[in-house]
Design a protein around this ligand. Structure first.
Ligand code: HEM
Length: 481
């Protein structure tokens, strides 16, 4: 395949550069020091950074090649924008480390969580525990009824808003928050308070520790305010559950154990070098809520924006839903694997509007630059879901091909992938199957983005809902009224 040959050639060319940079990351002072832009003494390249980091890093890649370094304050950063180099990076444990921005440290009890934890036994044990206890196939299957109930609730709510403009991002965010909180502790306390946690704007002080105490962009202050609300929720939820488990509260013994309960039962076990206790539990819960809500709601909003912008694609996916689900049924999670065109639309949307353009910072893997590279993707600026129908073998979410990695790859690959993929597909399929969506009168859709660790639409998407002719039959048939 042409793409494979291209990747192999790039790989050979870049191997030496990669080796040099790895030595520098390991602190080898004799390594040559000439790949990448120069900066000022002490501040390095910081004063020259532009707000849309992924665009700026791509421009630099055009000048310095697919791997270069730049000094940001006291930190040496490496930026990679070629699939073949990503392949090499991911094999090296040193690149599985994390470099948490200030905003992240404030929100996770100083690196007790999984997302921002450095690569060490503590991270490995926390991650294993999370995957084993929450995300096993059995657990995901068993929690389907909870997701189903949450999705039905959205349908009922939207039905009450027919003809009104709806903020799609908000609807989806609250739904995802409910789904996740239900899985975690069987409740939906304070969903609205989680908003804004994934913003993580790049902060100048992230790159220049000396500036940290001045809190240059006010992010730490902002995050502390949000965090105090979130901590309140976690304190209440965890506190109540502990009381219940210790016999002081009312016990609902007939239902499945939820994730919080499982975690509380594991208190006292050794995780990494520490004893697993309430601070670790809270840090993990926070990761899951943030990791699972902002990413999924952002991508669903982008998919809906693309569909509203492209009526023919919308018609085609509506037809697929009618063919697969029918007009008398509602979408069940079990059929989403048959929705091939919707799946291709979601994948193409991940390519054009990836929620994490630089993945989570360790080395900067500039995926945005790869997705926009005509050497890697044909007509990269065009929305063409069919490219995913034509190459289902290589272009999946598991990191099979290094040119497409919406969920990351290697040791740090997103553990929430099986749940995230299901939630996105299930929600989109339901919204499109039961409702018609239109823009407000005279409104044009904007497809521009706003940079952040999570990249959202710069303009909120409002769409007016109309019910499809078959909605009443479907709802009646399934006791949803
Ligand atoms: C559309 C949905 C999602 C997307 C696009 C997404 C994407 C990502 C990406 C790109 C990473 C970083 C991977 C890397 O550095 O190579 C990540 C990490 C992570 N995600 Fe997700 N994610 C999604 C849903 C979820 C869900 C539903 C959960 C939890 C239930 C979750 C939990 C996590 C955690 C805990 C990590 C940190 C893993 C580690 O550092 O070891 N994510 N995710």
């Amino acid at each position: 395949m042409a793409a494979t040959t291209r990747l192999n050639t790039q790989r050979k060319n870049n191997h030496n550069t990669m080796f040099q940079l790895r030595n520098q990351k390991r602190g080898c002072v004799h390594a040559p020091n000439k790949i990448g832009p120069y900066g000022l003494p002490i501040l390095g390249y910081l004063p020259f950074l532009q707000p849309n980091l992924h665009h700026h890093f791509t421009k630099l890649a055009h000048k310095y090649g697919p791997i270069y370094k730049l000094r940001l304050g006291t930190k040496l950063c490496v930026v990679i924008s070629s699939p073949s180099l990503i392949k090499e990076v991911v094999q090296d444990a040193i690149f599985a480390n994390r470099d948490p921005p200030v905003a992240a440290l404030v929100t996770t009890g100083g690196g007790l969580d999984i997302v921002w934890s450095p690569y060490r036994p503590y991270w490995r044990d926390m991650r294993k525990l999370f995957v084993r206890e929450m995300l096993s196939n059995n657990n995901i299957q068993a929690s389907y009824l909870l997701r189903k109930e949450d999705i039905r609730r959205v349908v009922r709510n939207l039905r009450g808003k027919i003809g009104e403009p709806v903020d799609i991002g908000e609807v989806v965010f609250l739904t995802e928050a409910n789904v996740i909180m239900n899985l975690l502790w069987g409740g939906t306390n304070g969903g609205e308070k989680w908003d804004r946690l994934g913003e993580g704007k790049p902060n100048v002080s992230d790159f220049f520790p000396g500036l940290g105490k001045f809190d240059v962009q006010g992010i730490e202050k902002e995050m502390r305010e949000v965090l105090s609300g979130v901590e309140e929720i976690l304190d209440v939820v965890v506190g109540e559950r502990m009381k219940t488990m210790e016999g002081g509260g009312e016990w609902r013994g007939d239902r499945r154990r939820d994730f919080l309960e499982i975690l509380l039962e594991l208190r006292g076990q050794e995780v990494g070098e520490r004893s697993f206790d309430v601070p670790q539990i809270k840090a993990m819960l926070l990761d899951i809520v943030v990791g699972g809500t902002d990413t999924t709601s952002t991508i669903v909003e982008w998919v809906m924006a693309e569909l509203l912008d492209k009526p023919r694609v919308m018609e085609k996916v509506q037809q697929e839903l009618i063919d697969v689900v029918g007009v008398n049924n509602i979408v069940e999670e079990s059929i989403i694997s048959k929705l091939h065109y919707l799946d291709a639309i979601v994948k193409e949307t991940f390519r054009l509007h990836l929620p994490l353009p630089l993945l989570v910072p360790r080395v900067f893997l500039n995926m945005w630059s790869i997705y926009m590279d005509p050497q890697v993707w044909e007509n990269p600026l065009e929305f063409q879901p069919d490219r995913f129908l034509n190459d289902t073998e290589n272009l999946d979410y598991t990191g099979n091909s290094f040119q497409y990695l919406p969920f990351g790859l290697g040791r740090r690959v997103c553990p929430g992938l099986p749940l995230g993929e299901r939630m996105v597909m299930y929600l989109l399929a339901t919204l499109i199957h039961l409702f018609e969506w239109r823009l407000r009168e005279g409104e044009r859709i904007g497809l521009s983005e706003k940079f952040g660790i999570i990249m959202r639409k710069s303009k909120t998407l409002y769409a007016v809902t109309y019910q499809n002719y078959h909605i009443s039959t479907c709802m009646n048939n399934h006791n949803m009224i």
